[in-house]
Structures are given as structure tokens and as C-alpha cells.
Design a protein around this ligand. Structure first.
Ligand SMILES: Cc1cc2nc3c(=O)[nH]c(=O)nc-3n(C[C@H](O)[C@H](O)[C@H](O)COP(=O)(O)O)c2cc1C
Length: 206
């Protein structure tokens, strides 16, 4: 483990009143730090019985007091979200020695937003989303490639339609923690907690 010495102290007074504004600042820092996927975040879901699963997805923007991401509505995470909307998200930016932990509720984004986002994606990604039956077992790589080529031929010369099974989610946080590495393992942890319409900020022990 390195000694974390990069960061100046993180004080309550430095933070924005709204955690999403603070997150936007840290995302901008991460984007300027030259990392490959600064918007990658680990998304943890749980099924009805509370059994967790986690995977990385890409943060795609802020909307209506929350964070958005896009995915298949047919895969495992979608199945779990339909059973249990409670989620956790984690960003980790190693170059900045910073972590953000988010907890909240996920809901589906309106289809118009998915439509707009899908239309802006590269054609290969559109064909990939159309082709993939996310989280299902597939017999071979060849079968996947064959279905992709079939779709590429079917939609040659015209727009790839938004698949029925594909769209976005909005995560509305109730808790957001900003963690910054500091020397001697006495890291800074400042946590926003929603109380009615207000955000309270508390410092946590590292
Ligand atoms: C850097 C990175 C970014 C990813 N972004 C997405 C994404 O935005 N949406 C998505 O559905 N899967 C994304 N994935 C793939 C997921 O991690 C996962 O394999 C997939 O969504 C299936 O998850 P599920 O079976 O739990 O539904 C990404 C993976 C990595 C490593």
C-alpha cells in the first residue's frame, strides 16, 4: 500500500452543499488526470433475498437529482433491480487517491432519454446492444459474432432501432461519501446524508 500524500486536507468547508455538485468536481478532476475510464463505477445490486452482485458500468450524466447509466433491461442487474431497487455505486480514482461511495434507489429512465442516448452511440455499439442477450449463457463466440453480422446485414443502410430490452437507469442517492487518501492511514471521509430536503455532512473515522 502506498502512503497517500497527494491530497491537501479535505474539509467540510471545501465541499459543495449538494453532493452531486461535489461529485461533478471530482469527476472533472478524474477526467483531467488522464485515466482510461474516469467515469467507470462499480454498481452493486441485490436480489430479493439480499444476495449481492457487483459489476462496473459507465456513469453517463446527471439527471433529475441522480446519476444515470445505460444497460440491458434483460440481464442480471436489471432482474435484481426489478426485485430490489436499493443500489450502491463506487468510484475509485487511483491517480487521485479518491473514492466516492453512493447509496440510493434506482428507477428506469424514460424511454425517450434512452432513445436520445442510443441514437448518439457508435453504430458498432448499437449493433452490439441489439445483439446481446445480456447475462445469458451463449454456446460460443462464433454464435455471438454470427448474430451480430446478421443484424449488421439486416440494418445495412438504415438506422439501428433502440432495442426493446435496452435503456437507462437513474440512481437517486440518499447517502454520498467522499474519501480521500491521507498520510498515516488517517484518511478523510466526509459523508452527505439526506434528511428530508437537506443534506447533512458528517466526518467519519477512517
Ligand atoms: C469499464 C467497464 C465499463 C462497463 N460499462 C458498462 C455499461 O455502461 N453498461 C453495461 O450494461 N455494462 C457495462 N460493462 C459490463 C458490465 O460490467 C457487466 O459485465 C454487464 O453489464 C453484465 O452485468 P449483469 O450480468 O450483472 O447484468 C462495463 C464493464 C467494464 C469493465
Amino acid at each position: 500500500m502506498p502512503q497517500y500524500t497527494k491530497n491537501p486536507p479535505l474539509r467540510k468547508a471545501d465541499l459543495a452543499a449538494d453532493p452531486l455538485v461535489q461529485l461533478e468536481r471530482w469527476l472533472t478532476d478524474a477526467q483531467n488526470a488522464g485515466m482510461i475510464e474516469p467515469t467507470a463505477m462499480t454498481l452493486a445490486t441485490a436480489d430479493r433475498a439480499g444476495r449481492p452482485s457487483a459489476r462496473v458500468v459507465l456513469f453517463k450524466g446527471f439527471h433529475d437529482g441522480g446519476l444515470t447509466f445505460y444497460t440491458s433491461h434483460a440481464g442480471r442487474k436489471a432482474r435484481e433491480l426489478a426485485e430490489n431497487p436499493h443500489v450502491a455505486l463506487v468510484f475509485w480514482w487511483d491517480r487521485l487517491e479518491r473514492q466516492v461511495r453512493i447509496e440510493g434507489l434506482a428507477e428506469r429512465l424514460p424511454r425517450e432519454l434512452a432513445q436520445q442516448y442510443f441514437a448518439r452511440r457508435p453504430r458498432e455499439s448499437q449493433l452490439g446492444a441489439l445483439t446481446s442477450r445480456q447475462s445469458e449463457v451463449v454456446a460460443s463466440r462464433e454464435e455471438l459474432d454470427r448474430r451480430y453480422e446478421e443484424n449488421a446485414a439486416r440494418y445495412a443502410g438504415r438506422d439501428v432501432p433502440l432495442p426493446e430490452h435496452w435503456g437507462g437507469y437513474l440512481v437517486r442517492p440518499h447517502t454520498v461519501e467522499f474519501w480521500q487518501g491521507r498520510a498515516g492511514r488517517l484518511h478523510d471521509r466526509l459523508r452527505y446524508r439526506r434528511e428530508n430536503t437537506l443534506w447533512l455532512i458528517e466526518r467519519l473515522e477512517p
